[in-house]
Design a protein around this ligand. Sequence first.
Ligand SMILES: *Cc1c(COP(=O)(O)O)cnc(C)c1O
Length: 333
Amino acid sequence: MPVSTLHAGGRWEYAREGAPTTAALEEALGALEHGTAVAFSSGMAAANAVMDLVPVGGLVVAPSAAYTGVAVRLRELRDTGRIRLAIVDVDDTEAVRAACAGAALLWLESPTNPLLQVADLPACIAAGRDAGARVLVDNTFATPMLQQPLLIGADLVLHSVTKALSGHSDVLMGAIVASDPALAEEVQVRRVLLGAAPGAFDCYLALRGIRTLALRVERAQHSARSICARLVDHPAVSRVRYPGWGTIAAIELEGGAPAADRLAASVRLWVHATSLGGVESLLERRRRWPLESHVVPESLVRLSFGIESADDLWRDLDAALTATLTASGSTSD
Ligand SMILES: *Cc1c(COP(=O)(O)O)cnc(C)c1O
């Protein structure tokens, strides 16, 4: 029901605070992640609401290659003196543990975007909690189909609902799911005051997308596994980053950034575009974004597997990769 205002005296009055379709989506997200959900107008809006809860001067521990928007925003908050920031490699549990002393917030992402680093989540979450920090896990890559961080002790889960949850590249939305309803209430107040409420029609689209989440993830994961196994032996590929599960992978190319750009320009079924988690398979060279972390290799191409035929996806990728080998031998470009 797309509305901004409702009759006075009912459960909902004004859509920035909540609305029927938003509540239906939040109920579904809460059930999937085993907590209380608050929907936002984007993943970044959700991220900012949680950052806003950090006390002035509070220490935030965050991954060296967190999602670009999150990494850049945290650095901005550090540079203006709003927070202190400790950067860690999330796959180095001892480093995470050491950095957590005195922290207000431990920000985890696993697998990370786009390096596909996997954190030992139970150990890292415990380290954060032992230090008295609030622990957030960005669960956008895994989705609640593959990993449910609140069940292993995290306080908060972040989703870019834009990605696999909505699943059709037609919605921009985010969510926070909290293990404690009182914490969800604090997050909800941030949404009201920051003005980051999602639109009702978008909530409807996200709800419809979630109905097929399990099927889409199963299919995409199957394709990702079989294609990554074949990519390992491809002469154009120098490295495959794939944790062995999930729907996202990244490859590095023998021919460097020029080969990655050629690959992006010559695929026909794969779509050259940013974002991930849609029904269509997407790829992009991440370093084409000036703000992307410099720890991400220049030739790294992120692959988001969709639900097309795995054979068709392989044929297209194989042909485009092979073309980068021939082209890199020429001196014309
Ligand atoms: C896309 C993404 C975000 C940001 O979400 P938006 O909906 O684009 O604002 C945050 N974290 C991860 C891991 C993402 O992939």
